[in-house]
Design a protein around this ligand. Structure first.
Ligand SMILES: NC(=O)c1ccc[n+]([C@@H]2O[C@H](COP(=O)([O-])OP(=O)(O)OC[C@H]3O[C@@H](n4cnc5c(N)ncnc54)[C@H](O)[C@@H]3O)[C@@H](O)[C@H]2O)c1
Ligand SMILES: O=C(O)C1=N[C@H](C(=O)O)CCC1
Length: 234
């Protein structure tokens, strides 16, 4: 496929490497200095840019009939508008807060655990996410997906960043340390014991491979999809 990379930072560069290994062509790489480009020449676009640019990048693809994958986090207030545009244009779109296969299994495990724990009032739930110091948003998109997975199956109503002790909210502690690619922990603590599930990314290759697999899967399809569709987890 002819792939356009919208964002050519840590993720854009890792995706390029994996896309080339899988026999794709990178036809252009866009960053904030790119003046003009013709998105129509791409078979598919992959956006890993910055929160303030994602909506324009995605809309430009959909308005030009180019299917688009987005892994950019921190722009989800505009997700309903993207869904509407994608359906209106009969386009193709996938967003995932985390494209790695391991994290998508972890999302399923998190929901199963939440279902089992929700009657056990003696356990307090909390979450922690750790990322590199260059990350622009907090909590991470992955942490928000995990929190929403818990909210779906328990009496928790929302999440709260860096605030502990609330009955109706899930506290998420966000830490920024060196070049940590992404570590997420969900913990249930009682007086007598603790249960923890944890995903640790060792590098960015898992995110990048998942994004390229999603792009290959989306090509030729129309609709708004998630990684559950791509991985057959529905
Ligand atoms: N979904 C996932 O699996 C996943 C995994 C890792 C990172 N992310 C997210 O992806 C995004 C990028 O992460 P990163 O580590 O590569 O960041 P980065 O800062 O290394 O790269 C972002 C790039 O976007 C470019 N950019 C700025 N404005 C732009 C514009 N208008 N159009 C296109 N590009 C523009 C910047 O030049 C920069 O190179 C972040 O939001 C991050 O949270 C998601
Ligand atoms: O490095 C980042 O930034 C990451 N962002 C995603 C998130 O916010 O969850 C995925 C993990 C890495």
């Amino acid at each position: 496929m002819k792939i356009a990379l919208l964002g050519y930072g840590r993720m854009g560069k890792t995706i390029e490497k994996i896309a080339l290994q899988r026999g794709h062509k990178i036809i252009f790489k866009v960053d904030e200095n790119t003046k003009e480009y013709d998105i129509k020449t791409a078979d598919v676009a992959i956006d890993f840019s910055i929160p303030s640019a994602a909506f324009n990048n995605i809309s430009n693809c959909l308005n030009n009939d180019v299917p688009v994958i987005s892994g950019t986090t921190g722009w989800l207030d505009k997700y309903p508008a993207v869904t509407k545009l994608c359906n209106k244009k009969d386009g193709g779109f996938i967003y995932a807060s985390n494209f790695s296969l391991g994290v998508n299994i972890f999302f399923e495990l998190n929901e199963q655990l939440a279902k089992m724990m929700h009657q056990l009032e003696e356990y307090n739930i909390s979450m922690e996410e750790i990322h590199h110091t260059k990350k622009l948003d907090a909590p991470s998109g992955t942490a928000i997906t995990l929190a929403n997975g818990i909210i779906k199956h328990t009496n928790k109503k929302s999440w709260n960043l860096n605030v502990t002790n609330s009955d109706s909210q899930i506290p998420i502690i966000a830490k920024r340390i060196d070049d940590v690619p992404g570590t997420h922990t969900v913990a249930y603590n009682s007086e007598v014991d603790s249960i923890e599930i944890k995903h640790t990314a060792h590098n960015r290759s898992g995110f990048a491979l998942g994004a390229v697999i999603a792009a290959e899967w989306l090509y030729g399809k129309t609709g708004v999809f998630t990684m559950k569709d791509v991985l057959g987890l529905k």
